[in-house]
Design a protein around this ligand. Sequence first.
Ligand SMILES: *Cc1c(COP(=O)(O)O)cnc(C)c1O
Length: 338
Amino acid sequence: MTDNGHSLEGDGRVVDLRSDTVTKPTSAMRDAMVSAEVGDDVYGEDPTVNRLERECATLLGLEAGLFVPSGTQSNLAALLAHCGRGDEYIAGQEAHTYRFEGGGAAAFGGIQPQPLPFRDDGTLDLQDIAAAIKPDDYHFARTKLICLENTQGGKALDPAYFESVRKLADRHGLKLHLDGARLFNAVVALRRSPRDFGRYCDSVSVCLSKGLGAPAGSVLCGGSSFVEAARRWRKVLGGGMRQAGVLAAAGLHALTHHVERLADDHRRANTLAEGLRKKGLSAQQHTNMVFVEGMDAAYMAAHMGSGGVRVSGSRWVVHMDIDDADIRHVVEVAGALR
Ligand SMILES: *Cc1c(COP(=O)(O)O)cnc(C)c1O
């Protein structure tokens, strides 16, 4: 094992850059899980889950929180709570909610998506949003909700943008949901507080199992009546867990110990991108992600894999289980990519 717990294969380390979901819980996190106070969360009796929900809501400046098994279920419960059959939500063409969640809102809620292209900075154009809002006429689906994502493809969106979308939403009587699976990466990169984003949103979903390094779980926050509606949907969707405090304890540990350190991931991603460029490759870095451009994905995966570096596609993701030596190793292996 190396100093960061990597198993050595032959004479090389295995560096996994496929996603920031591949992290293993640290021993301190496992200790917190072992000693968690628990109860039956479906009865609302798990003190650790209740504490996680309260702490997340407070961080975001929202009234209440709901612990859910995954980010996908969090977004789905939010959509089901905000929208009914024949309603519509506006989201990015590449947004996780629209593109990567199996069409759940349509499958389970009869909710129609209205996808729009993301601009280069990860925002949706305000004029595009306004133009996509349907008039009150029974030819059209009822536009109810705007969904934003932060970070979007690693890009951190500023609170000022959220303020402008909030104003637009208010003019049209729409709700605003933030898929903040990696919101803490934006918080750290922009040196803002989670509240600076939460204050403009009706609901915010944050993942504990991405850069924060917990084994599972997301928290969906919003107003009390919204969270009660989402709690009902969570049960319907099969997400009512029992002694879930063992997982919530990992989430609380992550919120306390793994937020500030995201700056290390961003710094290492930057070092990685610079190293790749010095080797003549084209690479763009946004927070903890590096996008390696102009190269065949299958070839890249095979070449990097032979050097003990796991990648899938052009997005290479830096996370807790990657150290400085790993970055040097990745640059070295990538140096022979052509
Ligand atoms: C990963 C992710 C989700 C979903 O999270 P899961 O826990 O994998 O279901 C939602 N939105 C974004 C932007 C994500 O990156």
